[in-house]
Design a protein around this ligand. Structure first.
Ligand code: SF4
Ligand code: SF4
Length: 205
């Protein structure tokens, strides 16, 4: 058994390898001679040649953003989208408030009221995008698949207090009619074979 004393006195330097390097030049003569030596030995031109050789290969690994964009994962959590029912075009959100409750950044605020026939109606829905951390919990918890994350990640603002209203996130009616509402493949999404199993979205009235 190794004693603490042995542990303290152990020599761990036996396997060390000493790499001999050149010492830093002292004085202008030594510095000048080092520059001269390095220049004449062609190190600079070797570096330039390597850069030039790689350039000639035209094997470019960079993209010209924003003209070119890399594909992003379908599970990427970008700007939220509020979805409509496929059949009627009405908004799917029923104002249950689960997304508001689960939001860890406390950035969702929903206002509801009694509508006609005593049913709950959502009259305001805001997400403070300056606070949102895009965790995806709201999309995951939503029982109606009403709030999801889209793939639009280009949203910046000079203002911290940047609110977005439901009207800006919800699928515009003209796009919905043109069949452009895309279901989300990530958090809170329907399963890939949902079309075979579900003929109508829940609450299709
Ligand atoms: S993504 Fe997360 S932080 Fe953003 S609104 Fe949803 S629950 Fe809140
Ligand atoms: S969890 Fe879904 S249905 Fe409930 S209030 Fe949020 S968006 Fe609307």
């Amino acid at each position: 058994m190794i004693d603490f004393k042995d542990y303290k006195n152990r020599d761990i330097s036996v396997d060390y390898m000493y790499v001999e390097g050149s010492s830093n030049p002292v004085g202008w003569k030594e510095k000048f001679s080092q520059v001269l030596k390095r220049t004449l030995s062609g190190e600079l031109f070797v570096g330039l040649w390597i850069v030039f050789r790689e350039m000639l290969k035209f094997n470019i690994h960079t993209i010209q953003y924003p003209l070119e964009k890399l594909p992003i994962s379908p599970r990427y959590r970008a700007l939220h989208q509020i979805k409509r029912l496929m059949e009627s075009g009405n908004q799917r959100c029923i104002g249950c408030g689960l997304c508001e409750k689960i939001c860890i950044a406390n950035c969702i605020e929903i206002g509801t009221k009694y509508g006609s026939k005593g049913r709950k109606v959502v009259n305001s829905y805001t997400i403070n995008l300056g606070r949102c951390i895009y965790c995806g919990y709201c999309a995951e918890v939503c029982p109606e698949l009403a709030i999801t994350h889209g793939q639009d990640y280009e949203h910046v603002s000079e203002q911290r207090a940047h609110f977005t209203t439901m009207a800006e996130l919800v699928t515009p009616m003209d796009q919905f009619r043109a069949g452009k509402q895309k279901e989300f493949a990530g958090f809170g999404s329907v399963s890939p074979n949902a079309d075979e199993n579900i003929k109508k979205t829940p609450l299709a009235y």
